[in-house]
Design a protein around this ligand. Structure first.
Ligand code: DC
Length: 226
């Protein structure tokens, strides 16, 4: 089998990873894999069982009862399947964001999810976004991008998204949540969020979406021959 092209995009919450990765994947005809959605599915499953994401014993006891699958619909949208049930929409709440961050700190959770992420990348050309894609999941990725922006800019964007969806949003609360998640994701012992040595850093604070997509396409074009 021919070697696949793998593009790793890591960075903190709200840096624009999923918007950018989805656009790039559509333009390049690659699969888009949102790995945060996998951790969110684990958090949602444990939440339904009433297990705290910090409770390592509880997490270890029930994790084997969970089957996580990724499916794609005709439009190319990623769906998360938890024990046969589509939970794609249910996992998108601020509460599950926090719980996913906490549950993702456990090695038992990360180990269980490693092969499924690598398997997709073995079979398809992918743009995969997350926190540890360039450092742990795909250390030999064809291209590695570290996408970042100031916490204030990320919080403002998240608020705008929530308001556009008709949800309530409080900028100070969203900023606090983002800072807490950054701290948890960067300071955990296993696979913390950090820039891979060979990743290109792209700061999106002063760029719009099309500007970021264009910048990353130039980086990819330099590494992948069409
Ligand atoms: O990208 P996201 O906001 O959907 O991710 C939710 C949480 O999942 C994030 O705070 C940390 C965790 N995560 C991770 O630990 N490793 C990844 N590759 C992706 C997400």
């Amino acid at each position: 089998m021919a070697k696949t092209v793998t593009i790793a995009i890591d960075g903190p919450a709200g840096a624009g990873k999923s918007t950018i990765a989805r656009k790039l994947a559509a333009e390049l005809g690659y699969y888009y894999v949102d790995t945060g959605a996998i951790y969110r599915t684990v958090a949602y499953f444990l939440d339904l069982l009433g297990i705290s994401p910090k409770d390592l014993d509880g997490v270890s006891r029930y994790i084997d009862e969970l089957t996580v699958e990724i499916e794609y619909d005709e439009a190319g949208k990623q769906h998360m399947i938890m024990n046969g049930m589509d939970v794609t929409d249910e996992i998108r709440t601020p509460d599950i964001s926090q719980k996913a961050s906490l549950v993702s700190a456990h090695a038992v959770v990360r180990d269980m999810l490693l092969d499924m992420q690598r398997d997709v990348a073995k079979k398809h050309n992918v743009i995969m976004d997350g926190r540890d894609i360039g450092t742990v999941v795909l250390p030999r990725a064809t291209v590695k991008i570290f996408l970042t922006a100031s916490a204030e800019v990320r919080a403002q964007r998240r608020c705008d998204e929530m308001l556009a969806k008709g949800q309530k949003a409080n900028l100070q609360q969203v900023l606090k949540d983002i800072q807490q998640r950054d701290h948890q994701d960067m300071t955990r012992a296993v696979a913390p969020l950090k820039q891979a040595k060979d990743a290109v850093k792209v700061d999106t604070s002063d760029l719009d979406i099309d500007g970021v997509v264009a910048a990353i396409k130039t980086i990819i074009a330099g590494k992948v021959k069409a």
